[in-house]
Design a protein around this ligand. Structure first.
Ligand code: NAD
Length: 310
């Protein structure tokens, strides 16, 4: 399979590295409006490929060269600076998506291509890209809360002393400050979280739950404070999502996609079944009253953000 990555900054490069390491694609083309940066990234990755899977990695400076790409990953645009939140990027990055998506669509097979959106504020960019592309909603997928769910999982894993592989814990809603930790549907092994805690005699206190929520919501801010940007986590997320698509795995991932939710058209993250054709189905998890309320509020924040750019 040939794929294209548009935007080869910190995140786009990390995505390219993570995808290269899967060995699942035959060719990666890299486009950035900063041609020198794209060429340098392709050179560096090319060197790495001599120790790894021998795939073609080329920088391109013309959108026509993305022809034949079955998946196009959009990771271009401004990133958060310390003190900024994702919504602060709304105006700048909607201009970036408006620039990129029409050019991409002129050069891909509209009956096949899947767009993976990484640019923040994620959910609003998914809505915008879907509208501009005219593609079915199932083929414009945002990485959504896959990263937030991973953060929830690793923090719980450390707290409980249980491998992440035995934890099913999802974060729902916005990939942003209003995301909702879905405690009520969390399972450890095949036990609901509370039953598991009771059996091992380790209860998670309300204060500990609050701390975990705070840490999940603030993970990106802490990383940006410490290293200027986040990239390893999102690189792994995109590679995993791509693997699920290429292999038609039909795994359940919390990605963002436009849906009719609460009588509104909005892109939010919910657990969704992913395969070769993109999003195959969406699941509504068990939620308590506060999670249901939180999810509605989160959808409302995304909807209001979208209204500011149309
Ligand atoms: P960066 O500044 O390092 O790179 C952005 C790149 O986009 C630059 O190379 C720039 O030249 C390019 N670009 C800008 N406008 C362009 C256009 N119109 N056409 C082509 N290229 C263009 O930023 P980064 O750290 O790589 O972050 C990129 C985006 O990813 C940001 O919006 C960031 O918030 C987002 N992000 C999302 C997640 C997630 O979970 N979804 C995680 C981390 C970062």
């Amino acid at each position: 399979m040939k794929i294209a990555i548009i935007g080869v900054g910190t995140v786009g490069s990390a995505v390219a590295t993570a995808v290269q390491n899967t060995g699942l694609v035959r060719e990666i083309v890299l486009y950035d409006r900063d041609e020198i940066r794209a060429r340098a990234a392709a050179e560096d990755l090319g060197h790495a490929s001599t120790f790894n899977f021998d795939i073609k990695i080329n920088a391109i400076n013309d959108y026509r060269e993305i022809q034949g790409s079955e998946v196009v990953i959009i990771a271009a645009g401004a990133n958060q600076k310390p003190g900024q939140n994702r919504m602060d990027l709304l105006q700048a990055n909607s201009a970036v998506i408006r620039d990129i998506v029409p050019r991409v669509m002129k050069n891909v097979d509209q009956n096949r291509v899947i767009l993976i959106i990484v640019t923040n504020p994620l959910d609003i960019m998914v809505m915008l890209a879907q509208e501009l592309s005219g593609l079915p909603e199932s083929r414009v997928i945002g990485t959504g809360t896959m990263l937030d769910s991973a953060r929830f999982k690793i923090i719980l894993s450390r707290h409980l002393g249980i491998s992440t592989h035995s934890i099913n814990s999802y974060v729902l809603g916005e990939h942003g400050d209003s995301s909702v930790l879905n405690w009520s549907a969390t399972t450890i092994g095949n036990l609901p979280l509370d039953d598991f805690c009771e059996q091992i005699g380790f209860l998670i206190s309300p204060a500990a739950r609050k701390t975990i929520e705070y840490r999940v919501h603030n993970a990106a801010y802490e990383i940006i404070q410490g290293r200027g940007a986040t990239w390893d986590g999102i690189g792994a997320v995109v590679a995993d999502l791509l693997r699920c698509i290429i292999n038609d795995e039909k795994r359940i991932l919390t990605v963002s996609k436009k849906d009719s939710f609460n009588k509104e058209e909005v892109a939010i993250s919910l657990p969704r079944i992913i395969g070769y054709d993109g999003v195959i189905d969406t699941l509504i998890p068990k939620m308590n009253t506060s999670e249901t309320k939180g999810l509605k509020e989160s959808a409302e924040i995304i909807r209001q953000g979208f209204d500011k750019i149309v």
